[in-house]
Design a protein around this ligand. Structure first.
Ligand code: ADP
Ligand code: ADP
Length: 581
């Protein structure tokens, strides 16, 4: 009985759902044998790919591609057996020469967990330029996959896989379903038609509207199938996204019309080819309809400012292959909100002169979340708005790091003291990591060799990054003479919340002040490696703020930094604070 209901669903691409998982009974023995094999460590991307190969999401593909598959996929979007397959799924490794053909290797994740084994049947060199041109349709360095591919090894391995364990996921356990599990859940709905929706963004009203329209149009079940493997760098994290999907599925869809399941797919951001691939993957999960909207899996603009793919290229390519895909595309026409009628309508059906309203993704961030303004209900369901507001608190509740750099005696600590008082006065708490103080605690025992200084700065950077990550404000004031190490600190904290303040006091002035008598000692040679005297100081090239302490007082300078923080929204202005009262 259960079998016959499963049969109402579309069969997998190629007819059979691939299953690479070793039988339960053989696991102990296989794991013991695998532990004695040489290992290959997989990238996060390859771990995602392995999971989808193992569970049949990429059916009929049952291994990382051999050269014949790879070349034909690049050239013709087909596997060597003729099946449509538009995206290369390969296992690039660093040191192909060290691996002997026809031997077995263990596959492990970044933490050395054993995932499976592979008999290495092929090792071949691949060409990045050709890959980019054919698979991505562009060799522009701004393509996120091309950028990432520079870190991939030069040799692709292929061979028979045995998967011993799927990658562990400790989040949203109940939503992590394999294609076979999705199929059996879908079959239980008792409907033949299933329309799948792919997404890598939080869902707003417009997405709710179009998915509901699609499932109504095909009289079927909606498979809400977000990608949660790797998406475009900078996307909203999947924890937050999935919470929005759960809230929507729970409160705004009829339970007998929706199945939410997470897809651990590592996206390629390859636009049209990726759309065809997404359709194949959803068919393998039992969907016979697939929603394709505007600029599906598009990575944004290239380095000349032009979009990588045309907005409807993906729809066109899917349409061309619809029959072979065995999946009907539901094209998503752009829906627009009509405030006077409080409803959404397709752009093409809106009469001239009718009032419309839209909010762009950038506006969501800059005009609403960063300022702590609630997203309007016509745009986002309140349940979703609340989750987004929690994940993206207003800037005045986000962390930031003010990083002073300059010679000893330049005025870093003095200015930091004044700034601290001005911030406390405005209700912001903060931590001060002053070089001299840090060296009595966190970095006690470190000297002034290049290694020790770098370690000191890295420690400060690490602590600062943790404080910022938890929404705190931190002021760091150390000489930090080396540019590269300051840039490391910037990278740890995150460039958009790192304010480098160059206290540009000339050496002569610092030496004239010589509050600790330390320059005199350095001149006498009693202190070695003294910054500015016997050790270099590398001034920042593009600091957010440069201060002079000769013409301006510490109060002037602290106010200038405060002004910058106000401008960035990290501190609430007096007017805004009054308005909020
Ligand atoms: P650093 O932390 O950069 O080593 P300090 O702030 O400890 O430097 O010392 C700077 C010294 O210079 C203090 O004695 C301070 O009073 C003096 N000074 C004079 N003018 C200024 C100014 N405009 N800004 C900061 N400090 C100044
Ligand atoms: P860094 O960023 O170079 O590690 P810190 O700000 O942690 O510097 O500490 C520098 C402070 O230590 C200076 O303000 C100075 O008083 C003192 N100091 C002692 N020896 C040196 C030195 N060789 N070079 C620079 N500062 C030194």
């Amino acid at each position: 009985m259960a079998q016959s209901t499963v049969d109402v669903l579309v069969p997998p691409h190629g007819g059979v759902l691939v299953d690479l998982l070793a039988p339960e009974g053989a696991l102990t023995e296989l794991k013991a044998a695998a532990s004695r094999l040489p290992s290959i460590q997989l990238s996060d991307r390859s771990v995602c790919d392995l999971e989808l190969l193992a569970t049949g999401a990429f059916s009929p593909l049952d291994r990382f591609m051999a050269q014949a598959d790879y070349q034909r996929v690049l050239g013709e979007m087909r596997l060597s057996n003729g099946h449509l397959f538009p995206i290369p799924v390969t296992l690039p490794v660093e040191d192909g020469g060290a691996i002997k053909l026809d031997t077995e290797v263990a596959l492990r994740d970044a933490k050395n967990n054993l995932l499976g084994t592979m008999i290495v049947e092929e090792a071949y060199v691949w060409d990045r330029e050709e890959f980019a041109r054919q698979a991505l349709g562009s060799t522009d360095a701004k393509h996120p996959l091309l950028a990432e591919s520079r870190r991939w090894g030069p040799v692709n391995l292929s061979g028979k896989l045995t998967v011993l364990r799927l990658p562990a996921h400790h989040d949203f356990h109940a939503l992590r379903l394999t294609p076979a599990q999705v199929r059996s859940r879908l079959a239980a709905f008792g409907r033949r038609n299933v329309v799948a929706f792919q997404t890598r963004n939080p869902m707003h009203r417009v997405h709710e509207e179009l998915t509901k329209r699609a499932s109504r149009a095909v009289d079927g079940v909606l498979l809400l199938h977000p990608s949660v493997g790797m998406t475009k760098p900078g996307d909203v994290d999947h924890y937050t996204r999935v919470r929005t999907y759960q809230a929507l599925a729970r409160h705004h869809y009829a339970p007998d019309r929706i199945l939410l399941s997470l897809l651990p797919l590592a996206m390629r951001m390859a636009g049209p080819r990726e759309a065809v691939w997404h359709a194949i993957i959803r068919r393998n999960h039992g969907a016979n309809h697939f929603i394709v909207g505007r600029d599906h899996a598009g990575p944004g603009n290239d380095s000349t400012g032009k979009p990588f793919y045309g907005p409807y290229d993906a729809q066109e390519l899917v349409t061309q292959h619809e029959r072979e895909l065995g999946i009907t595309m539901v094209p998503f026409h752009e829906l627009t909100y009509l405030p006077d009628e409080d409803r959404y309508e397709e752009g093409s059906k809106i009469k001239a002169g009718v009032r419309t309203a839209t909010i762009s993704g950038t506006q969501v961030r800059d005009d609403y979340l960063n300022r702590g303004r609630p997203l309007p209900e016509w745009f986002t369901r309140p349940e979703v708005a609340k989750i987004l507001a929690q994940a993206y608190p207003p800037r005045a509740q986000q962390g930031a790091c003010v990083w002073f750099t300059g010679l000893s005696g330049a005025g870093k600590s003095t200015t930091a003291d004044v700034l601290t008082a001005l911030l406390l006065e405005r209700g912001r708490q903060m931590t001060v990591l002053d070089g001299d103080v840090v060296r009595t605690m966190l970095s006690k025992g470190l000297g002034f060799s290049r290694e020790d200084r770098d370690l000191n700065i890295r420690r400060i950077g690490f602590v600062a990054a943790e404080i910022v990550r938890h929404g705190g404000l931190v002021i760091c004031a150390a000489v930090s003479p080396y540019r590269a190490t300051r840039d490391e600190a910037r990278a740890m904290v995150g460039g958009d919340r790192f304010v480098e303040v160059f206290v540009d006091t000339p050496l002569e002035e610092c030496e004239r002040r010589d509050i600790k008598g330390i320059y005199a000692q350095a001149r006498r040679g009693e202190i070695k490696n003294f910054t500015g005297i016997s050790d270099p100081y590398e001034p920042p090239l593009k600091p957010e703020i440069t201060l002079t302490t000769v013409e301006r007082t510490p109060e002037d300078n602290a106010k200038a930094i405060l002004g910058y923080l106000l401008g960035q929204g990290f501190v609430v202005s007096d007017e805004d604070a009054d308005a909020a009262d």
